[in-house]
Design a protein around this ligand. Structure first.
Ligand code: 9MR
Length: 483
């Protein structure tokens, strides 16, 4: 007798209408990181060099980043040509044989620039073209620009080469205007041209560290993350993906915060893929907002990515603790060396979390009570308020005790040159952080105005700003005034 397995169907009564929700059988738990990640719809990768290509690499991971072998210090000549590509080729070939994606790392970077150090934009462009064309579609993602932003949460660009090429023509404090020179913009424009000319599918990424949370230790806003957000927003047509390096350690700007998921989400909302690109977590993370052991911290990071559909991959920065660039922090998933590796508790936690998939499991678990990294509810609200020249709508990501609001400002029947949005928060709610707007006030009636680069909005077009807060923000009725 033949038996046919049917998917289970449940009938739900929703607002008087009957909806059918089909529930497939629970997916079987996978036993490798790559299989569990693939089942959840993302890649799980590792950084490696040719000397570290033991069998575990192909067994456990489905993405590979050359840890050092594609850096300009290894492969660039002073005129933007290529040299010494042997190790890079070995890694790309290994990845192909083992069905792994490759992330090229990296092109435009102040560090490890080798013969390219001090080059002008034309030479950088030559190198960008050569590097992209050398491996073509065998590289799925390239870090075109790496670590462009200053340390210590200043929110400023670095000033050393290659950013010393930058010019702020009108002196307004940013490099986004047509008359400005911006090595980030020009490098991405070049990369995009090469991709389009060659019909490549390679995606172009910007990568940085200390950009992971909306806030840093103590709840201070993460200006570096905000600056990266502004860059991606302004150059969205050239940038396909954003890498959060995620080297989590005791530096106050490098801790894991509860708003990691909200930050991933705001970048995803720009339409780019987000990746965790260089993950390692100090096993003694004492200044940690989340405050848990290493395995639990790994779990939180993986969950934050899984909960955002456009977070499409996680890469750990090495296989084992002792072979890591930060061996004393024991930040990786395995111990051991030279191909003889042992799984740590962190490995088991990552595998388990990946196996839960993208849908948050047990969102009311006491382990995850009020964290924005778990089960946000998305509830769009529309402004009913008529306004002069513009309208504003609010979309909310809420969790118990907090929220992130994204406000869309739309010009009416004429272009506007500036805008002002007034919102009245419920009593007890406080804004802790905002981006893409200047803000007056933190509670009660809070006023947001455009910055220099996003005041001009053409007829029917929109721009967005956002803010994060504690408490609730349901039922907001924004009043938009154009200038
Ligand atoms: O892990 C890399 C280490 O082997 C190199 O000595 C070091 C040189 O700068 O670069 C390390 O990788 C870095 C990566 O390229 C960019 N983000 C920070 C990584 C850790 O320093």
């Amino acid at each position: 007798m033949t038996s046919i397995a049917l998917p289970t169907a449940v009938l739900l009564l929703v607002g008087g209408a009957v909806a059918v929700q089909s529930i497939g059988p629970a997916a079987a738990a996978e036993t490798t990181l790559r299989a569990a990640a693939a089942q959840a719809g993302l890649f799980f990768g590792v950084a490696a060099s040719p000397g570290r290509l033991s069998s575990i690499v192909g067994q456990e991971f489905n993405q590979l980043t050359p840890e050092n072998d594609m850096k300009p210090s290894t492969i660039a000549t002073s005129t933007g040509g290529l040299q010494n590509t042997g190790n890079a080729d070995t890694l790309v070939n290994y990845a192909q044989t083992n069905n792994m994606l490759v992330r090229g790392h990296t092109m435009v970077w102040h560090s490890q620039a080798g013969a390219l150090q001090g080059a002008n934009q034309a030479t950088l462009n030559t190198f960008i073209g050569n590097a992209l064309n050398r491996w073509g579609n065998r590289i799925a993602y390239w870090d075109v620009v790496n670590e462009a932003l200053d340390d210590n949460n200043t929110g400023r660009r670095r000033t050393q080469w290659p950013h010393s090429l930058n010019r702020d023509a009108n002196g307004d404090g940013d490099f986004f205007d047509a008359g400005d020179t911006d090595v980030i913009r020009d490098s991405f424009i070049r990369a995009k041209q090469v991709v389009q000319a060659g019909g490549l599918t390679t995606k172009l990424c910007i990568n940085d560290y200390d950009v992971e949370g909306l806030t840093v230790q103590g709840g201070t806003q993460n200006r570096k993350a905000n600056a990266l957000y502004d860059i991606v927003r302004n150059y969205r047509q050239y940038i396909d993906c954003v890498g959060f390096q995620a080297h989590f350690n005791d530096n106050p700007n490098s801790i894991i915060t509860n708003d990691l998921q909200a930050n991933i989400q705001r970048f995803a909302d720009l339409g780019v893929e987000v990746h965790i690109t260089e993950l390692d977590i100090d096993d003694d993370l004492s200044n940690n907002d989340i405050g848990a052991g290493q395995a639990e911290n790994y779990r939180k990071v993986v969950r934050a990515c899984l909960n955002v559909a456009k977070c499409t991959g996680i890469t750990v920065w090495g296989i084992s603790d002792s072979e890591s660039w930060r061996s004393s922090e024991r930040g990786l998933l395995f111990t051991g060396s030279n191909g003889n590796y042992q799984k740590k508790a962190a490995y088991t936690a990552v595998l388990d979390e990946l196996n839960k998939g993208r849908v948050p499991i047990n969102p009311t678990s006491p382990n995850t009570p009020s964290s924005p990294s778990v089960s946000p509810t998305v509830s769009p609200t529309v402004s009913p308020t008529p306004s002069t020249g513009c309208t504003a709508t609010v979309s909310l990501d809420s969790w118990t005790g907090g929220f992130v609001a994204t406000v869309t400002v739309t010009a009416g029947t004429a272009p506007i040159n500036g805008w002002n949005v007034l919102l009245t928060l419920p009593s007890g709610s406080t804004v802790t952080n905002s981006w893409n707007a200047t803000r007056g006030g933190n509670s009660g009636a809070v006023q947001f105005s455009n910055l220099s680069y996003n005041g001009r909005v053409n007829t029917g077009q929109s721009t967005q700003f956002g803010f994060q807060g504690t408490g609730t923000a349901t039922g907001l009725t924004p009043v938009c005034t154009a200038s």
